[in-house]
Ligand binder design. Structure first.
Ligand code: SF4
Ligand code: ZN
Ligand code: ZN
Length: 316
């Protein structure tokens, strides 16, 4: 197995690209893919500041590393979700990476700063944990980006993630979600720009990138992800990809090139489903007097904290 670029010994094969690479050229390939995504979709200008949503997993740490390597002013932001040891370990990996590289990591803790955690929120709201978790992350990342004067929030969604979400949205013809499934959401109405620079790289590439760059990350899945539909969609797409390399890339990127605009009619414009004002408690943009995050705080802050074993979702 020889590197496509230098003909030296290769350490990784990428069937979707019909290529093998040595360490040096694989890392260059990853940088190139991120750079292409940023340029093609106009995600960031060189002089802009970006806040990376860091979880301690391979994707977000690799993304941070790649953005810094490409010369962007990228700081990290991690949220302590309170999901037992998983959250403690995840935050630990994010801190260790930032310390080793001398980078700035902003932090907040749901329990310490907002009075609740995800297992307790799931029980109090009787909804799956990912619902309260996603809402909290969006709210806190938006707020941190605006407070810190960042131009954009970058998330570590990779090609496998986006293809799985697209698969689920297509299975149900969820046209509103299809219309919004773009790698860049422009800043609007008090929300910062959101960007996904890893859309040209898959999970396997991100894991290899971290190993080759000496980045330690949390390998375990979140214990609350069990039963998550996207894991099943990923398995289905992996089976197709194994038979037909490049299918995931074509599925997602051809959707962006040829189809996403066709769903534009299905997406309500900002404020169309209600007047977009400011939350009376925290000032965040909201169609209601009190935003969804502040309501979540209200519903959960007085709830008795639960441990992971008490949530029915954790055992699914
Ligand atoms: Fe949050 Fe769900 Fe992801 Fe766990 S799997 S971190 S609960 S969104
Ligand atoms: Zn090489
Ligand atoms: Zn609010």
């Amino acid at each position: 197995m020889k590197c496509r670029a230098c003909r030296g010994p290769a350490v990784i094969d990428l069937p979707a690209h019909n290529a093998n690479f040595c360490v040096e050229h694989f890392l260059a390939f990853c940088r190139d893919q991120v750079s292409k995504a940023i340029t093609k979709h106009e995600m960031l200008r060189p002089d802009e500041r970006v806040l990376v949503a860091v979880s301690g997993g391979k994707d977000s740490l690799a993304l941070w590393d790649l953005l810094v390597d490409l010369g962007y002013q990228a700081d990290g932001f991690v949220i302590g979700l309170g999901i037992g040891e998983y959250s403690d370990a995840s935050t630990g990996f994010a801190r260790a990476y930032a310390e080793q590289r001398g980078l700035t990591l902003l932090e907040t803790s749901l329990r310490d700063d907002h009075g609740f955690d995800i297992p307790t929120a799931a029980k109090a709201t009787r909804r799956v944990p990912c619902s309260a978790c996603g809402l909290s992350k969006r709210h806190l990342f938006d707020r941190a980006a605006l407070d810190g004067g960042y131009d954009a929030v970058a998330t570590g969604h990779n090609l496998d993630d986006e293809a799985a979400v697209l698969f689920g949205n297509t299975l149900r013809w969820s046209t509103e979600y299809l219309a919004r499934q773009r790698p860049v959401l422009p800043a609007r109405d008090g929300f910062p720009r959101k960007i996904k620079p890893l859309i040209r790289l898959g999970e396997r590439e991100m894991a290899a990138y971290c190993v080759l760059r000496g980045i330690d990350y949390i390998v375990e899945e979140c214990p609350m992800a069990a039963g998550n539909k996207h894991l099943r969609y990923k398995e289905a797409l992996n089976a197709i990809e194994a038979e037909s390399p490049g299918s995931k890339h074509a599925f997602y990127h051809e959707f962006l090139a040829r189809a996403v605009d066709r769903f534009a009619d299905g997406a309500p414009a900002a404020g169309e489903d209600g007047h977009l004002g400011a939350c009376e408690r925290c000032g965040a943009p909201s169609t209601n007097e009190v935003c969804a995050f502040c309501l979540l705080v209200e519903r959960t802050a007085s709830a008795v904290p639960v441990s992971l074993g008490e949530t029915r979702w954790a055992r699914r």
